[in-house]
Write a protein that binds this ligand. Structure first.
Ligand SMILES: Nc1ncnc2c1ncn2[C@@H]1O[C@H](COP(=O)(O)OP(=O)(O)OP(=O)(O)O)[C@@H](O)[C@H]1O
Ligand SMILES: [Mg+2]
Length: 214
């Protein structure tokens, strides 16, 4: 988390190897990141689906790039779509789906090649509150199942606390780390936890780091 313009997207892009750092290096498992890696999956605020491709073929796109499309890939794409509640929409086109549904397709596309690191930039920002909470549970479920590491940018304090092992708060530009907040809430997380005193205390701490509360 961090104020608008502090460099969250920039940081995520550098971690993903999409842009170079002006100074310093990013290391993942002891290796410098210099370009996008097949073990990475990326999902941004806009679903960015290709309008001329069906839902199924949008999800399969990364596999084509990796030259791994085939029956097994198509099978996995169908499984993922079913997991996010989009069974039966495989042959639809993006314009025939709602914004929330498109975002779920984008999540499937980010997961199709089983990334070990998932980079997400406000992926649920455009969704209504209810869909957003469903997506958070979905993401936690997928993470539990796949063991992937997720780096997630959000402007929502409650979203950050609910889905995270640790919340890192950036200060205003030039950003430094304002706070590093371990979230010791138990898993599996469920909606009730949002109303617990521990949850509120963690939200409060993040709010303080962001300069919203004292
Ligand atoms: N550490 C930095 N040094 C120099 N320029 C930076 C730095 N961080 C961000 N910028 C520049 O600031 C601008 C905004 O950065 P960025 O898009 O990463 O912000 P953000 O935190 O994602 O904001 P938002 O919450 O609005 O999405 C960009 O033009 C970026 O190049
Ligand atoms: Mg941004």
């Amino acid at each position: 988390m961090g104020p608008s313009g502090c460099g969250k997207t920039t940081f995520l892009k550098i971690v993903g190897g999409l842009i170079p750092a002006s100074s310093g290096t990013i290391q993942i498992n002891g290796r410098n990141v210099v370009e996008p890696h097949p073990d990475f999956g990326i999902a941004f605020q806009q679903a960015n689906l290709m309008p001329w491709r069906t839902i199924l073929n949008n999800v399969l796109f990364p596999m084509e790039i990796l030259r791994r499309s085939g029956t097994a890939a198509a099978c996995r794409a169908r499984e993922l779509l079913a997991l996010v509640g989009l069974e039966g929409f495989e042959q639809y086109y993006p314009s025939q789906l709602s914004g929330g549904m498109q975002q779920r397709v984008a999540l499937c596309r980010a997961l199709i090649h089983k990334p070990k690191l998932l980079l997400m930039d406000e992926p649920f920002g455009a969704l209504d509150e209810l869909t957003r909470m469903e997506m958070q549970d979905l993401l936690l479920g997928i993470r539990a199942k796949t063991g992937a590491t997720v780096m997630f940018v959000t402007h929502s304090i409650s979203e950050a606390v609910y889905i995270s092992d640790v919340v890192v708060v950036f200060s205003k530009r030039p950003a430094v780390i304002a706070d590093f907040i371990p979230i010791d809430l138990p898993y599996p997380r469920s909606a009730e936890i949002r109303y617990s005193p521990e949850f509120t205390e963690l939200e409060h701490r993040a709010g303080r780091a962001l300069g919203i509360t004292r």
